[in-house]
Design a protein around this ligand. Structure first.
Ligand code: DX5
Ligand code: ZN
Length: 221
């Protein structure tokens, strides 16, 4: 299968929350397609970020694709809520769900695309039984919970293994990489097989997020 075109998904976590509306407009005008929304519960990960009210209110401000990354325990409790807030894709963690197949089916039944995320030490085998129903597999390249951490290159073989499994099974799910991505390593993860690149500090953490997004796309040429 041919390589999927790269998609940039800036993470809102790195944004100055007093200027969210303005920053989203800048990204949207620059043609950035996805917005990555990191929801943290203070239990699955040792940090709390934001939840439904914020997503619902920014939904009114943009048509960008909302890629909601749920870093919460027992995500099944909140799937309908996040779908109702305007998520286009809901990604749950394999390590956080008591019944992955049921949670993925519930996301689909809500008319939303579904994703399954794995932490750096979780093997690709955790997602393999679910590939046929998945729209996206998220490979964490830092321990989830915080922005601004260093990319872990040891996840690269896992990205390639998933790319190979996709090819072998004739599937078309996205492979997303999340954590420590910037213009210095975007080409590396894209070559390994990731097509959705999450970038927090390296885009919305910069003064000029449009230029920062362009620098990442340029690094892939
Ligand atoms: C971490 C989050 C990431 C984070 C990425 O738990 O899932 O999406 O915002 O931030 P950077 O790009 O700064 O590592
Ligand atoms: Zn994330």
């Amino acid at each position: 299968m041919e390589k999927l075109p790269p998609l940039l998904a800036p993470s809102l976590l790195a944004c100055d929350f007093a200027r969210i509306g303005e920053k989203i407009k800048i990204l949207e005008s620059a043609g950035v397609p996805w917005l990555h929304l990191d929801v943290m519960d203070g239990a699955f990960v040792p940090n709390i970020s934001f939840g439904q009210p914020l997503i619902k209110s920014i939904r009114k401000a943009t048509d960008m694709f909302f890629d909601v990354h749920l870093m919460i325990n027992e995500p099944g409790r909140y799937l309908a809520d996040f779908a109702g807030c305007g998520a286009d894709l809901i990604c749950i963690h394999a390590e956080a769900s008591g019944d992955i197949a049921a949670d993925l089916a519930a996301i689909k039944a809500l008319g939303v695309k579904c994703g399954l995320a794995i932490k750096p030490k979780t093997p690709a085998e955790a997602v393999l039984p679910h590939l046929k129903v998945l729209d996206l597999v998220l490979v964490m390249s830092v321990e989830p919970g915080f922005g601004g951490q260093k990319f872990m290159p040891e996840v690269l073989p896992k990205i390639s293994a998933l790319r190979d499994a996709r090819e072998r099974e004739g599937l078309a799910f996205h492979i997303e990489v999340d954590g420590g991505i910037g213009p210095e390593n975007a080409a590396l993860v894209y070559a390994a097989g990731a097509d959705v690149l999450v970038a927090g500090s390296s885009v919305l953490g910069k003064d000029d997020p449009a230029a920062a997004a362009k620098a990442i796309y340029d690094s892939l040429k």
